[in-house]
Design a protein around this ligand. Structure first.
Ligand SMILES: [Zn+2]
Length: 273
């Protein structure tokens, strides 16, 4: 069965009561030093463009994130406080109006200096097992750590719709209701059928454009599978929302309802005409 074919009920709210008790018992997070916060905002233009009230909310959430998650260095990287704040800020943009509970079930961020190598085993549609070695810049394992390449984070351009941290966080949200398939747990006021219809049509169109060798404004990696489509479009939604709005307005609308944010018009490069 293809993704977006079936309606998925929201599962997140069922344990909301218990989580709010746990949250009250958590120690207060340490405030983020001004210099680190300003540097993180400078490196994250789409967060800096938010109105003051939203930035204050983002700062408090980022402090909570840093309290809840651990950073683990890999391959000899030295992780500074400034790097932690920058990654945490970007991770908090998608959940600004959802809350930190949406990142429950995992706690570690593994940071590599550059790309990292993974061995992957998968079964194809004919039942044949394949073994692959891949070099990746990011990976989100179900209930496991989020793995990131610092080199990619430093080099990418959010104005072009690139943000590895937001991308991997979208996979984490997608995994809240099972294996990532481009169908995260929707809010009770959302229509799963509308989500499925918007995403399926957009994905099919992008795939046919990529298959035909036509240039796309969106990262063609989005055509890899429905989970990557959701992650790439989430990443673009926050960093260069005009690209999603113009090409796939119905998907923009569903993302706006899911993230409870409307970045088109907030980001200077993405003002409505
Ligand atoms: Zn991905």
């Amino acid at each position: 069965m293809s993704a977006w074919a079936a309606a998925e009920p929201a599962k997140v709210r069922a344990v909301a009561g218990l989580r709010s008790i746990v949250q009250r018992l958590r120690p207060k997070p340490r405030p983020i030093p001004d210099a680190h916060w300003r540097a993180a905002l400078r490196a994250t233009p789409y967060a800096r463009a938010q109105p003051l009230q939203e930035r204050q909310r983002l700062r408090a959430l980022t402090a909570q994130f840093l309290r809840a998650k651990t950073f683990e260095p890999a391959a000899g990287i030295a992780i500074t406080e400034a790097m932690r704040v920058c990654i945490a800020l970007r991770a908090c943009v998608p959940i600004l109006h959802l809350g930190l509970d949406y990142y429950s079930g995992w706690s570690a961020i593994v940071l590599y200096p550059g790309d990292f190598r993974v061995r992957d085993t998968y079964m194809d549609e004919a039942g044949v097992e394949h073994h692959e070695i891949q070099d990746l810049c990011g990976q989100s394992m179900a209930r496991g750590p989020m793995v990131l390449s610092w080199e990619t984070i430093r080099a990418e351009n959010p104005a072009r719709g690139q943000d590895l941290v937001v991308h991997e966080c979208a996979h984490k949200l997608d995994a809240l209701n099972g294996a990532p398939d481009g169908f995260p747990p929707l809010h009770p006021d959302m229509q799963p059928r509308e989500w499925g219809r918007a995403f399926r049509a957009a994905y099919d169109r992008l795939r046919s454009e990529v298959d035909a060798g036509r240039g796309t404004r969106l990262d063609p990696y989005a055509a890899a599978d429905p989970a990557e489509f959701f992650a790439v479009l989430s990443e673009t939604f926050f960093t260069a929302p005009q690209l999603v709005y113009r090409d796939f307005p119905a998907v923009y609308d569903q993302l706006r309802l899911f993230y409870r944010q409307d970045p088109y018009g907030v980001i200077p490069t993405a003002r409505r005409p």
